[in-house]
Design a protein. Structure first.
Length: 391
């Protein structure tokens, strides 16, 4: 009989679903003898989503609206308020999730979501106390307290040494803290596309030889993209841009109507990010763990921004970029991006950054199924031992 594994995701930001989907895809490709189910936490908790009931907007969509409109100032305070609301409804969350786990009865529950892992685990313990629980961080580090890692009986899979240290500081036993080599990425980012970059650039209306920056702020885009394009849109500018705006039609429209002095290709929402990254030489964007990791998988040095508008949970990602030497950090995209691009593209700098990006070896999506196999095997052995004692 196949073991049943439940992968829990949420659609705020898009990276959580993408990670769960990539993990399921690799599990299937590896022909693991598992039945994998993807569960949306928003759907599971929809009956007690009082934000949706009062406003018509699902709780998870508030984050996406903030990204689309650039409302990222004060996220540390917003997270604290959100955690207060989550604590108020903690009991109701546990009762609803308890019902779902009793019906589903998985052999292993894997959370790829933050904020709710205490409620998820408490509900598990009420109905399936022997079932192992795994939290997979889809951020490079935790943003404590109560963001990703809770001090409870669980396994934690971390994509950085910093996150490993955070888990141990919270009291997670060393044998339950598993280190992957990075963030979960779609297998598409490991495929080499046999492209003629010059030909493909020309198809997009770009110069075949000009240094090309990919501007990307996730699936929701950002008004920052217009500021970046405006700052680089100079006659003397040596670069050209591919701007991927996601679902942000307002930003896409502003970029398309810009009086351009440099070649620029503007794209809306697309699932062909690996293709566009193959055509680029460097990345400019928000310091999201997925975007940074995807760029590095395609050997693109990155330029990211750190200031009061940087989302609280992404601030360590900027530190990580500097620690790893894979790119540059600016304080203000409008004021600093032109000089940062010049610095990045200086031959002695670009080769160094490019080599550091190429040297990042992230195989997390292929490593994590092996971790889950070992956790399942240990859980099965423990159950058999208990059954033997009971017999």
């Amino acid at each position: 009989m196949k073991s049943k594994i439940a992968l829990i995701y949420v659609d705020s930001g898009g990276g959580h679903r993408a990670a769960a989907t990539a993990l399921r895809e690799v599990i299937r490709a590896q022909q693991r003898p598992w039945q994998v189910e993807m569960l949306s936490l928003q759907d599971l908790l929809d009956s007690i989503d009082y934000v949706r009931k009062s406003t018509g907007i699902p709780f998870q969509d508030i984050y996406n609206i903030m990204l689309r409109r650039g409302w990222t100032l004060g996220t540390a305070q917003l997270i604290a308020l959100m955690h207060l609301a989550i604590r108020v409804f903690h009991g109701a969350q546990v009762r609803v999730l308890e019902h779902h786990w009793a019906r589903l009865r998985p052999d292993l529950l894997v959370s790829l979501v933050p904020h709710y892992n205490r409620a998820i685990k408490e509900a598990i313990d009420r109905v399936l106390p022997s079932m192992p629980f795994v939290t997979v961080l889809t951020d490079i580090a935790d943003y404590p307290p109560h963001f990703w890692i809770e001090n409870q009986d669980q396994y934690v899979i971390c994509g950085s040494e910093h996150a490993v240290g955070q888990a141990r500081e919270l009291g997670i036993p060393q044998q339950h803290v598993l280190r992957s080599s990075g963030m979960i990425l779609s297998p598409k980012f490991y495929e080499h596309l046999n492209l003629d970059r010059s030909v493909e650039r020309v198809k997009l209306g770009l110069d075949p030889e000009r240094p090309t920056g990919l501007v990307l702020f996730g699936g929701e885009g950002s008004p920052e993209m217009v500021k970046i394009a405006a700052a680089l849109n100079r006659t003397e500018s040596p670069v050209q841009l591919i701007a991927i705006c996601g679902r942000n039609e307002t930003v896409a429209g502003q970029l398309r109507s810009m009086d351009r002095r440099i070649p620029m290709h503007v794209e809306g929402f697309t699932r062909e990010i690996p293709y566009y990254m193959e055509l680029a030489d460097f990345f400019i964007g928000k310091p999201g763990p997925g975007s940074i990791s995807e760029a590095l998988a395609k050997r693109l040095p990155v330029i990211v921004q750190r200031n009061v508008w940087t989302m609280a949970q992404e601030r360590y990602n900027v530190d990580w970029v500097e620690e790893q030497g894979v790119g540059l950090v600016v304080r203000s995209f409008p004021n600093d991006i032109y000089r940062a691009v010049e610095t990045l593209l200086a031959p002695q700098n670009f080769e160094r950054f490019r080599a550091r990006a190429a040297g990042m070896r992230n195989s997390a999506v292929y490593e994590i199924p092996e971790f889950l196999e070992k956790i399942l095997s240990a859980s099965l052995s423990e159950r058999r031992a208990l059954e033997g004692l009971a017999g």
